[in-house]
Design a protein around this ligand. Structure first.
Ligand code: CTP
Length: 236
């Protein structure tokens, strides 16, 4: 059977791509949402599609990177012939998987929209209606980026994402320091066509050292290429 035309095009681009700046380098990308069970049939989650993380995976691979994906539940097709794919559901599972792989990685991109909270107790049976209101008690989830940022070695590069609705730059830079990122990609919360569900995005990229890059509204593939260029600057 013929390969998907999109895959053939990527192979052709890769074949003729003279720049293989990540040849043999191990790259781990967290992507997608997490799901936190309320009961056997319900969960808390968010709208993350995983598209930005997957665009980055393809971009690193095109430059020779050996890419491992730690993916929450996404409807995207993840090509297991090109990537080492670990599928997880909860934040706790995503953390355990990412932690076990972290030490071997040269670049780690935290593109997942990890649920910050989970129900304190997932009900064993389906929660039945009982009265007018239902109060859920939520407890915090592990912060992967924060925890792995603490054990990051000097030859590892961590890239984080931020979505802020106020004091965007100040908050994103504070997040970069707190989570020990080398680069943070600030998603535009206001620009139409940017963010979670779209195929396009518009971002600002901040380096730990203070340098900043701003993109136009572009496809997530094009944004991924720009992020890669910035990762290279950290690496060199
Ligand atoms: N992140 C993570 N684990 C979490 C929460 C966030 O690894 N439990 C990572 C995300 O993948 C992203 C970065 O941290 O790269 C920032 O996520 P964001 O949700 O914006 O930050 P929070 O720390 O949750 O801050 P707040 O919700 O207060 O803005």
């Amino acid at each position: 059977r013929m390969m998907e035309p999109e895959h053939i095009l990527e192979q052709v681009i890769q074949f003729f791509n003279p720049k293989k700046d990540f040849q043999g380098k191990k790259v781990m990308i967290t992507l997608g949402p997490t799901q936190e069970a309320l009961d056997p049939v319900r969960f808390l989650s968010n709208h993350s599609s995983g598209k930005m993380g997957y665009a980055l995976a393809k971009a690193f691979e095109a430059q020779g990177g050996a890419v491992t994906l730690v993916a929450g539940p996404v409807s995207l097709k993840l090509d297991e012939s090109r990537f080492e794919v670990h599928r997880v559901t909860t934040a706790a599972e995503m953390f355990e998987t990412a932690k076990s792989l972290h030490e071997q990685m040269v670049v780690v991109v935290f593109a997942a929209a990890v649920a910050d909270f989970r129900p304190e107790n997932a009900a064993v049976q389906k929660i039945k209606k009982a009265g007018e209101e239902l109060t859920l008690r939520l407890v915090p989830n592990v912060d992967l980026a924060l925890a792995l940022g603490k054990i990051k070695s000097t030859n590892q590069i961590h890239v984080g994402f931020a979505l802020e609705t106020e004091q965007e730059e100040v908050n994103a830079k504070a997040k970069m320091v707190r989570k020990n990122f080398d680069l943070i990609v600030l998603n535009s919360a206001t620009e139409a066509g940017a963010g979670f569900k779209h195929d396009t995005n518009q971002v600002r990229i901040f380096h730990k050292g203070g340098k900043e890059v701003q993109t136009a509204l572009l496809s997530k593939e094009a944004i991924a290429e720009i992020i890669l260029e910035e990762v290279k600057k950290v690496a060199s």
